[in-house]
Design a protein. Structure first.
Length: 179
């Protein structure tokens, strides 16, 4: 993430939090990021220097003005005017990071060989909330190379309960013993 993304995303979060609109803006911000990801040509159009800035900001107003939070629409227009629309995704990351930090939310990425059932995911979420003392947002991934068990990444820590991880641990201990 660039310094510009941190600055702009953090500034949007500060404004949203001050106005009590951070949750609503977060949801819309993520939706807009998804739309931009699905339509990269739209970003290129809004970043095209040959199109006057007033015309580009008019396109943003036309596309989002009636549906999105006014602060978010103005934020996208500002990025357009400053030719920083390529930083939008990083701004989203910073906004969400600040939001999660202020609301005691931690993101846990869980990797398993097969998809977890809803019951299993809720049990894991509950256990991780007990361990971390924070509300957990689970991101579930499947990876066939994970033979059995789970691998969880939470707040920069990796909890490896996979068969591969356990075998690697045993192998490391055997290497220490056999000198």
């Amino acid at each position: 993430m660039t310094q510009a993304a941190k600055l702009y995303g953090g500034s949007l979060y500060d404004l949203a939090a001050q106005e009590g609109r951070s949750a609503a803006i977060k949801e819309e911000l993520l939706e807009v990021r998804k739309l931009f990801f699905e339509n990269p040509d739209y970003i290129r159009l809004l970043s095209e220097p040959s199109i006057p800035k007033t015309e580009r900001t008019g396109l943003v107003e036309e596309a989002f003005g009636a549906q999105a939070e006014r602060y978010l629409v103005n934020f996208i227009k500002l990025l357009c005017e400053k030719n920083l629309l390529s930083e939008f995704s990083g701004c989203c990351e910073e906004f969400v990071r600040r939001y999660n930090e202020d609301h005691g939310i931690a993101v846990a990425v869980v990797t398993s060989a097969v998809p977890l059932s809803t019951k299993q995911a809720e049990a894991l979420r509950s256990r991780l909330e007990t361990i971390s003392g924070k509300k957990i947002e689970l991101i579930r991934k499947t990876d066939a190379s994970v033979l059995a068990g789970l691998r969880v990444e939470l707040e920069g820590k990796r909890l490896d309960g996979t068969v591969q991880g356990r075998l690697a641990g045993i192998s490391g201990k055997l290497d220490e013993i056999i000198v």
